[in-house]
Design a protein around this ligand. Sequence first.
Ligand code: ADP
Length: 259
Amino acid sequence: AAPGAAPTANIPLVPGVRAIVAVASGKGGVGKSTTSVNLALALAAIGRKVGLLDADIYGPSLPRMMGISGKPGSPDGKTLTPMENYGVKCMSMGFMVAEDTPMIWRGPMVMSALEQMLRDVNWGDLDVLVVDMPPGTGDAQLTMAQRVPLAGAVIVSTPQDIALLDARKGLNMFRKVDVPVLGIIENMSYFVCPHCQGRSDIFSHGGARKEAERLGTDFLGEIPLDIQIRETSDSGKPLVVSAPNSPHALAYKAIAEAV
Ligand code: ADP
């Protein structure tokens, strides 16, 4: 995160955590969680002390993507010890409930669960805590943006117009609550056929870069639609750790350097 970026005023800091960075998207399914996980691992790979908080209470995907199962312990009966894999400390509602159990909760319960996952966790000393935000710009997201001392937000979008429109709403939400927007990542940016090497711009291409220019924020990089990215995160060993020197893993690391 931009060093020294002012966290949102009047929100208590999380002790030991130097910067909290939200990864957000206007709509679901654009690859926000995949990007959060690989970005967190890329930050760890470039030498940062990293935590990852899955704030998607209704659809937690961190346990599976990070290959973590089991429940966090609480040695002192008050704070939770985060789960850890690949050198990243993790917390998710998915650790607390069975994978097929729906969270049938109203907003206030969601907010208190999020506060607990942020503040009642023994994160230790972290350079950056990446928060995988719930998709959209509803009440939970806004409250989250206002209650978490965010150093900045990264927006993930596909190049498709409808996704970019929603990404713009996400960006404007953060600006409204004075959270600096660090930039936009274009996910599913293009597709190269592994058989014929032909390229297809399935969701169009380059829209996020143009949108970033229009909105006066940085364009952080593009990640293609790629079967290895999907397979590695489904198998709990994301691309950045399973193929750390592959071109797309290096693209995540370049984004990590820019964040
Ligand atoms: P979101 O968090 O925005 O809902 P996810 O990260 O869960 O999105 O991604 C949605 C689906 O798309 C998942 O199946 C994921 O594996 C897949 N996916 C995301 N990004 C990519 C990518 N760059 N290449 C291939 N598959 C991807």
